[in-house]
Design a protein around this ligand. Structure first.
Ligand code: LLP
Length: 421
């Protein structure tokens, strides 16, 4: 059920009026629906109940500790890509044995931190990383459970910036080098080679690239096993897409139906790393119209949220639906919805038909629960906006609006700052 819906012409999230939140908390703000997060997680996780698996939420999609805590309690694991995400995941209550560490550039400190925490597995992306993890594990006297991220060279047919499984991409090791790398790592004293990993891209809207990758990986799995390498985890990454506009991605149910025949006999625990499919349509960004203006060629709606708050339209040309929080019978006109940032690339929508709005009207930018707040910045010294979680009739501020003081936290003017050094 959609938890973002109109009641008597006003947009609600669960049973909370968005206008009422705006009145109390100011704008802009991110707003999430607890029910939707849980429903999405249950739909995904439940679809695979017939296979032994862990659904490890990709923390990068939405890393607020309240959201992570919600998912941890629902039984999720976590897919992390930095020490910071590990810190969040632990604070949120994920058991270490459900945490996997992906990412192409792990620092020595991050590796040591994760080793000491006792995570389930490191997804290694290069031979130098394997050597480094082995060394650090030796230093602290604790074996590191590892897998290699394999680049299967499969085109996920998504935006080039979020396509990760082609041989020209920086990710993983080539499937042709895999056996050599696995054999090498298997001889390293402080590595425990337990898994195989791949992630071919994000916002995939068809099933075939997933199935093609499984087939390739299964062949590799058989080869590795025949070499005596004991693979226990088969990590399929994330990537399942959502509807932003008119995309028709498979429902997790269909996704599972297509994949289960290929994975049910793997004799492995299957790991999934979904981010967007759980978080994307569980959140929105609410913004207020500051001004409208008409130039010779365009109508501009200038709002109080910018590319620093939601980067996806600027960075990928991504489409995010925009709807007035108060249903409007006004005629739709073609507008650019732009933010206050001093960049031409600062827009939330371009050449979009939106019902005519005026100063102080509220707009909801839909499908902003994944890669929204997590990609936000304070560019132009704009404090980050709050994150709010609706839960039935109540709502909770789960991250406060930043203040000007927060902006300069940690900045230092050197004493006796003169012209001479
Ligand atoms: N696992 C790994 C190793 C990943 O790199 C990613 C996403 C995921 C899992 C989760 O993928 P998902 O299920 O969310 O598609 N900022 C971009 C998306 C970048 C995705 C990066 N990796 C966007 O806003 O569209």
């Amino acid at each position: 059920m959609n938890e973002f819906k109109f009641r008597k012409g006003k947009l609600y999230c669960e049973d909370v009026s968005i206008e009422a939140i705006a009145k109390k908390e100011g704008t802009p703000f991110y707003l999430y629906s607890k029910k939707t997060f849980l429903r999405h997680f249950d739909a995904f996780d439940g679809a695979f109940k017939s296979v032994r698996h862990i659904t490890c939420f990709a923390v990068k999609a939405n890393s607020n500790i309240a959201i992570l805590n919600l998912l941890a309690k629902a039984g999720a694991g976590a897919d992390i890509v930095s020490g910071g995400e590990l810190f969040r995941a632990k604070k949120a209550g994920f058991p270490s044995k459900k945490i996997i560490f992906s990412g192409v550039g792990k620092s020595d400190e991050e590796i040591e931190y994760a080793l000491r925490a006792g995570i389930l597995m490191f997804n290694i992306e290069s031979s130098e990383e394997a050597e480094t993890i082995n060394k650090i594990a030796a230093k602290i006297g604790k074996k590191a459970p590892v897998s290699f991220r394999i680049n299967p060279d499969i085109d996920p047919k998504t935006h080039p910036y979020i396509s990760t499984g082609l041989s020209k991409n920086k990710f993983g090791i080539s499937i042709d080098d895999a056996l050599k790398e696995y054999k090498r790592a298997n001889k390293m004293k402080w590595l425990d080679v337990v898994g195989i990993h791949y992630h071919i891209g994000s916002q995939l809207t068809s099933i075939s690239p997933f199935v093609d990758s499984i087939k390739r990986m299964k062949r590799l799995l058989q080869i590795l096993r025949s070499e005596g390498i004991n693979i226990k985890y088969f990590d399929m990454g994330g990537g399942l897409g959502i509807t932003y506009k008119d995309e028709t991605p498979p429902h997790p149910r269909e996704y599972a139906k297509a994949l289960i025949p290929h994975i049910k006999d793997l004799d492995c625990t299957v790991l999934f790393e979904p981010g967007r499919v759980i978080a994307g349509n569980a959140g929105i960004l609410v913004t207020k119209v500051l001004f409208t203006k008409k130039t010779a060629v365009k109508n501009f709606v200038i709002v109080d949220a910018g590319m620093n708050d939601l980067l996806r339209p600027s960075l990928y040309g991504a489409y995010q639906e925009i709807v007035p929080v108060k249903k409007s019978s006004k005629k739709k006109i073609e507008v650019d919805v732009v933010g206050p940032i001093c960049e031409t690339g600062d827009f939330l929508a371009r050449d979009r038909l939106v019902a005519k709005v005026k100063r102080d009207d509220l707009l909801a930018v839909m499908s902003a629960g994944a890669y929204g707040f997590t990609m936000s910045s304070v560019y132009n010294s704009r404090p980050r906006v709050p994150e709010i979680l609706a839960d039935g009739k109540n709502y909770y501020v789960i991250r406060k609006r930043e203040t000007y003081k927060d902006l300069i936290r940690g900045e230092i003017i050197p004493k006796a700052q003169g012209r001479k050094s």
